[in-house]
Design a protein around this ligand. Structure first.
Ligand SMILES: [Zn+2]
Ligand SMILES: [Zn+2]
Ligand SMILES: [Zn+2]
Length: 442
């Protein structure tokens, strides 16, 4: 856009305005004496336009003032100054001050012009910005194993080994999901007879849109990626063979329309206000297309990984988001938070990890524990792996090793003729017999 001549720039502006519905462009003969560059629209909704092609320069108040006078003289509804530069604050303030219901003054700088051009589907230099594809970074396999291990370590009660010591990663598949990252600003004030009752305002906010379905991506996925800055996709060649790229099926222009609709929809509010007469009124405050400026739109791949891993003997599959800039998030953690004893989700408690088999259970409780800990060595155990030995009137859990040690101790101490038992169940039974003896002697 920067390389255009003065008249090419005027033609481009006219083309954009026509496509956005401000047309038709009037023949210059109709207004050659009044000084503006373009006149658009028919009688009753005429717009006068001043085009200033001056990249990097600032337009001051006098230019706006001149056009405003010309607009009044010609009875236009709108006066618009379009520039490839920017506007001085005095110019912006002036435009705001003189705008009224019969004549609005609109100032269009380069970023707004690019947005208009894109909306009108007119090629400008903005179009080339969109050709590059970006992506959010993911951990490489080694970093991932490390990070995931630490993540599990924070989640479980586990003794003597930590979850990371029991972790084996089997496969990790990274999928690059296509999205549009739309950066926008919005400013809409809603007036009634009592004045401004509501204002919707956003500055450089980010909206993520699926590049497949064209739906807004919200919730934790959007929250997660909004924290990080994407890198060029071309510079980030896959480091390992297990990446799949899902292609974009939503075209840039369609995405822009969807984004605009979504922004308007999500900023529409029903507002109640108190009228002068003391009564409460309701008004639907719906921003208009012109209140939104899309300042940047780019294609970004959002990576998500599906990992199959083993903790002890138990296999799990989880989907998660990660970023080497420092965060890791599971999208659905029900599998690794489900108690293998009762089948329910462990909520508001720290689950424990059986060090014998890797089962995840509710933590040990006073009564009806789903997870227990060996009375001798403290090893965390599920009920399946624990050996229960009756001590006094309650049964206490022990790990296999400690239970065997105890059995051997009792056997060598006692006078049993059976000798050392080789099977676990027999060991337990014998201990139960030995116990009461112990009680009477002690
Ligand atoms: Zn349970
Ligand atoms: Zn177990
Ligand atoms: Zn033990």
């Amino acid at each position: 856009m920067e390389s255009l001549t003065e008249s090419e720039f005027e033609n481009l502006c006219a083309e954009i305005l026509e496509k956005l519905g401000y047309g038709p462009r009037q023949h210059p003969q109709n207004y050659k004496d009044s000084g503006e560059d373009l006149r658009m629209g028919l009688e009753g909704r005429t717009m006068v336009v001043e085009c200033r092609h001056c990249p990097g320069k600032t337009i001051g108040r006098p230019t706006v003032q001149q056009l405003h006078s010309a607009a009044i003289a010609s009875g236009a509804k709108t006066a618009m100054v379009i520039t490839t530069g920017k506007f001085a604050k005095t110019a912006l303030d002036y435009a705001k001050d003189v705008s009224c219901s019969t004549l609005t003054v609109e100032l269009v700088d380069l970023s707004i012009l690019r947005d208009m051009a894109a909306r009108a589907n007119v090629a400008s230099s903005a179009a080339t910005d969109n050709e590059a594809v970006w992506m959010h970074k993911v951990f490489d396999d080694e970093e991932f194993a490390q990070e995931f291990g630490e993540f599990l370590n924070r989640r479980y009660e586990s003794h003597p080994r930590s979850p990371s010591q029991m972790l084996t990663i089997l496969t990790r598949k990274v999928q690059l999901y296509p999205s549009y990252e739309v950066q926008f600003s919005l400013d809409a004030a809603f007036k009634t007879t009592i004045g401004v009752i509501h204002r919707e305002s956003e500055s450089n906010s980010i909206l993520l849109l699926s590049g497949v379905e064209g739906k807004a991506i919200r919730g934790e996925v959007a929250d997660f990626y909004r924290q990080f800055i994407p890198v060029h996709y071309s510079s980030e060649t896959p480091e390992n063979g297990n990446r799949t790229v899902i292609p974009f099926t939503l075209a840039d222009m369609a995405a822009r329309q969807v984004a605009l609709r979504e922004i308007l929809r999500s900023h529409t509010r029903r507002v109640s206000y108190l009228g002068r007469n003391g009564r409460v009124y309701e008004k639907l405050c719906e921003p208009k297309e012109k209140d939104v400026i899309i300042t940047r739109m780019r294609r970004v791949y959002l990576p998500g990984s599906t990992t199959t891993f083993r903790i002890g003997e138990k296999e799990h599959t989880e989907t998660h988001l990660d970023n080497p800039a420092g965060d890791f998030r599971l999208l659905n953690d029900t599998d690794i938070l489900t108690c293998s004893w009762c089948g329910n989700l462990v909520k508001d408690e720290i689950p424990q990890l059986c060090n014998a088999c890797g089962a995840i259970t509710h933590p040990k409780r006073l009564l009806s524990s789903h997870g227990v800990a060996c009375k001798d060595c403290g090893m965390t155990l599920c009920r399946n792996c624990a050996v229960f030995i009756r001590r006094f009137i309650i049964k206490s859990p022990f790990c296999k090793e400690c239970a065997e040690k105890r059995a051997n101790r009792k056997v060598t101490k006692g006078t049993s003729q059976e000798g050392r038992s080789t099977t676990k169940t027999r060991t337990v039974r014998k201990i139960r017999r030995v116990r009461p003896l112990n009680k009477t002697s002690g």
